[in-house]
Design a binder for this molecule. Sequence first.
Ligand code: NAP
Length: 292
Amino acid sequence: MKLLEGKPLSRSILETLPGRITELEKARGSKPALAVINYFENSPSAVYVKRKIKMCEKLGIACKVFSPDEKEGQKGLLNLLSSLGRNPDFDAVMVERPLPAGFDDLSFWDAIPAEKDVDALSSLNMGRLFTGKSIKDAESGLFFSPCTALAVIRIMKHYGIDPSGKKITVVGRSSVIGKPVSHMLTCLDATVTLCHSRTREIREHLRGAEIIVLAIGRAKWLKKEMAGENQTIIDVGTNLDESGKMCGDADFDDLKETAGAMTPVPGGVGPVTLACLLEASVRAAENFLKKR
Ligand code: NAP
């Protein structure tokens, strides 16, 4: 089984940033600045927040984490996003998932101005992605795209996995991963089956695929008996197992003898997502500078 590690790719993306950050600081007298909103301290998102802070410190990006009080409800999130949107001290804004139960007011995503919306939550960035027939503009950064979906595509490219003509099963239909990654893969000429919790005979879709992309948030859900042989498995899931250790949606140990290639968790999609996010944050700051 070939291990599709994310770290080498993440390093090569991050290596391009220090020079750009220095130029930005010289030109405008301040570092690029990212605002991160995170509700939960005991979730995989908190692990990613810590990594963001550490990497931002290393690179010279100002990163501020906001932990709103759940009791303030959806209004609290909407107000926070609106004020960060107006605040010129921040170039980029992103929101960690999950959100508190019942936070389903989609209007808060449009409170983030598209030019600060580095994880593409707003309808403007989403619309730009979904109306395109190609993902060249998304890849070149003409607008912002969901970082995790983009990370999946970049991992495939990095390892020479061409989606063209392939049967790909994506499991999970969220607007941040499942849907955008399915669209991106379709643009790259794959034939995509998008599965979710109501999909009947999901095993048939899993077994018949050449590539599986998992984004459901269920620890070690995919087992060997559900999958085929020699498949490429891109595991986006980040979960905590029964002993509190981070694990993916695939049972890595169970699948490692039969899969052809697989991303590890941790160390697969996560580091590339982080690199894509920080790259997008630097780009947001550069775009603001150009507009001055
Ligand atoms: P989400 O919004 O909760 O969506 C989960 C999706 O999975 C839903 O579409 C759901 O179906 C589907 N699903 C749940 N259980 C299923 C099952 N047993 N069989 C088939 N489909 C099932 O989650 P998300 O935000 O997309 O995140 C997914 C995972 O990715 C999480 O583990 C999250 O922590 C992780 N993540 C990783 C990164 C990274 O960089 N690696 C970044 C972001 C998120 P329904 O629509 O029918 O409910």
